[in-house]
Write a protein that binds this ligand. Structure first.
Ligand SMILES: Nc1ncnc2c1ncn2[C@@H]1O[C@H](COP(=O)(O)OP(=O)(O)OP(=O)(O)O)[C@@H](O)[C@H]1O
Length: 256
């Protein structure tokens, strides 16, 4: 089976510093992979290379059989790479419902038009309402996105991403800065995406409880290089991984 996403020898240098160094890996539909590694390991930079915010110094990115290394971020989004950004995708002045409605509309290829015919508007809004309910945002559907607290804005962004239905979902620390009450909603949403086995999910995450709950597979980056890749228990048991990554996780495990 062709992987849904693949990077081949992906490398980027900033001056003399190699932030991502020859990363080759492939991801299948129906699989949630957590990318872990210490601070500065290259996780976000690798994400930026996949979603198009950065261009590689060397190497390639493939979506299915198609090479997408030369495409802009928006062309990659159209090709099915969906990435949640730290709230930069929101339309702050529009209502929560309208934000999701525009995401549904964009997916349907209508473009994100604010004005549209009444009958289709009702259909789009009904669909958007369903996504809001899953994100437990139905009660605030009429509020401007900018009026929501931070945690709700993060949920809204995930709801919009789900409404876009990309083939590949990319989340970079999706619960960072969220309260312990709010984080489970995001994790439930990600778990619900997993139920659709045609999707591929990539998650950068530091929190070991999240990794344990969601990961089918773990990829470990260290100094820009891929140093381990496999089933969570096997990867976490590797002495090399415990040494380089679990400086954080081993303490947490002992504390748990
Ligand atoms: N635009 C840039 N210019 C120069 N150096 C950069 C740039 N972007 C990233 N780096 C460097 O590349 C390395 C990898 O950074 P990156 O943010 O990808 O790490 P990370 O694994 O996501 O870390 P964290 O867990 O702290 O977010 C770091 O040393 C960082 O300082």
């Amino acid at each position: 089976m062709t992987p849904s996403l693949r990077t081949e020898n992906l490398t980027i240098r900033f001056g003399g510093h190699v932030a991502v160094n020859g990363v080759t890996c492939a991801f299948r539909a129906g699989e949630l992979t957590v990318i872990v590694g210490p601070n500065g390991a290259g996780k976000t930079t690798w994400f930026n290379l996949v979603s198009g915010q950065l261009r590689p110094s060397e190497g390639k990115v493939f979506k299915g059989d198609r090479e997408i290394s030369g495409l802009s971020p928006s062309a990659r989004a159209k090709a099915g790479i969906g990435r949640a950004f730290q709230l930069t995708n929101l339309f702050p002045k529009l209502s929560v419902l309208e934000n999701v409605r525009l995401a549904v509309q964009a997916r349907r290829g209508d473009g994100p038009r604010i004005f549209t015919r009444a009958a289709s508007l009702t259909r789009l809004r009904d669909e958007a309402q369903g996504y809001l309910e899953s994100a437990r945002l139905a009660d605030v559907a009429g509020y401007p996105a900018s009026a929501l607290p931070h945690g709700d804005q993060r949920k809204l962004e995930v709801a919009m991403l789900i409404a876009m239905q990309p083939d590949v979902f990319m989340f970079d620390e999706p619960t960072a800065g969220m309260s312990v009450d709010e984080a489970p909603v995001i994790l439930d949403l990600i778990a619900s995406i997993k139920k659709d086995t045609s999707r591929t999910i990539l998650l950068v995450e530091h929190k070991m409880d999240v990794v344990r709950a969601l990961a089918d597979r773990i990829v470990v980056l260290h100094n820009g290089e891929l140093v381990a890749d496999g089933k969570p228990d096997e990867v976490m048991a590797l002495p090399q991984v415990r040494e380089i990554y679990l400086g954080v996780g081993a303490d947490e495990e002992e504390a748990a």
